[in-house]
Design a protein around this ligand. Structure first.
Ligand code: PLP
Length: 379
């Protein structure tokens, strides 16, 4: 990488195929061909995930919104979501008028657990959103069994996990619905974009209806039977996404390589905790993430500031949702703040390291050197 540039936290790899497809889309993706690239992108994603149906959306947030709305989750309902995740996982719960309930996360996998979900079950619980944090994966088979036994709707938020597998099965395929993000920071990108996936034809039909202003397929033009949403993806974005998905194995290999470079460069600091691969999981490592020894000098904001001054972009581990001002008034947040001590400590001493797809080994060595000078060993 050219010197003088900041070492970026995240960013895409754009190759000749991306340029070719987007050029083709802007030249031809109109008139009777307007849906060609979206349909190809959806088919490629369905194949990648191993599910029957995929629907391209403007974002992962809108895909979660659609999933909840399609299942008619609404006022009075509770939806269980992990305390450690990005607010995009939970914000759509509020969009449909339901209430988020935060569940604890495993200190090693950083993901929600079946036991933590069980502790938050209540008569009003209607759905679970399980998140594959930073490419790690929770015990999704167990969580699916729990959901099915209780008639709960399970959404797998695989926004950060395209290319991860559990027991050989792709991330995104374990819920009644799965969702992905193609935001510019994600491993596979369309700039902004998302995908809803499912094996359930009835759910698919409802999602297609809701994402196009409540028009039933085959209904006469401009004839809406419900007030709904407008959540579609353009041919230009889908063309970019198709080229990226065709390269998903290469992109994931690079992400995994970046993590292994960090492990090698920092092998002399065995007290650093990196992303793990839970049993049976192949972790696609969207973000190389490291947890420091828990002492005040190592609080994430301090380390982020120190490396920022050296031209290195770190990101904080997600703040627990239960600590955000956005959820201050929520009764479930108070319980989470009291009970999720370990998870909250991980967040306090955790950062994402630069893992943009353009980075090279020398960049990783630079970050490792800077980190070594800033992070304190266990007290
Ligand atoms: C990025 C992300 C989202 C949201 O994706 P958008 O496409 O930005 O809406 C949702 N959930 C998780 C876990 C994410 O990391």
């Amino acid at each position: 990488m050219a010197s003088g540039k900041r070492i970026a936290i995240a960013g895409p790899s754009i190759g000749p195929q991306e340029i070719a497809y987007v050029t083709e889309a802007v030249e031809t993706g109109w008139y009777e061909h307007a849906n060609d690239f979206p349909a190809r992108f959806e088919a490629a994603m369905a194949a990648q995930v191993g599910v029957r149906f995929a629907v391209a959306t403007p974002s992962c947030t809108s895909a979660i919104h659609l999933a909840l709305a399609a299942r008619r989750i609404g006022p009075g309902d509770e939806v269980i979501v992990p305390d450690l995740t990005w607010i995009a996982s939970s914000a759509p719960i509020t969009y449909v008028g339901a209430t988020p309930v935060f569940a604890d996360c495993d200190p090693e996998t950083w993901c929600i657990t079946a036991a933590a979900i069980e502790r938050r079950l209540a008569p009003r619980t209607k759905a679970i959103i399980a998140v594959d944090l930073y490419g790690s994966m929770p015990q999704l088979e167990e969580i699916r069994r729990l959901a099915d036994a209780r008639g709960l709707f399970l959404i797998e938020d695989a926004a950060e996990a395209i290319g991860s597998t559990l027991g050989g099965r792709a991330a995104g395929s374990f819920g009644h619905a799965g969702v992905f993000s193609f935001h510019g920071s994600k491993t596979v990108t369309t700039g902004e974009g998302g995908m809803f996936v499912t094996d359930d034809p009835a759910l698919l039909e409802r999602v297609r209806f809701l994402r196009d202003h409540g028009r039933a397929p085959g209904e006469k033009m401009f004839w809406n039977s419900e007030v709904a949403f407008k959540y579609r993806m353009s041919a230009l974005q889908a063309a970019l996404g198709l080229a990226q998905v065709e390269r998903v194995n290469e992109l994931v290999e690079k992400k995994r390589q970046i993590l292994s470079w960090y492990r090698e460069e920092l092998a002399d600091l065995p007290w650093l905790t990196f992303n793990v691969e839970p049993p049976g999981v192949r972790n696609s490592v969207w973000m190389t993430t490291v947890i420091f020894p828990m002492r005040p000098e190592n609080e994430k904001e301090r380390v982020i500031r120190a490396l920022g001054e050296r031209g290195i972009d770190l990101r904080p581990f997600f703040y627990p949702l239960s600590t955000l001002p956005a959820y201050e008034q929520l009764p479930a947040a108070a319980a989470a703040r009291r009970e999720h001590r370990r998870a909250h400590e991980i967040s306090k001493y955790g950062v994402n390291l630069p893992c943009a797809l353009r980075l090279e080994r020398s960049d990783i060595a630079t970050v490792a050197g800077a980190l070594r000078g800033v992070v304190a060993p266990p007290a």
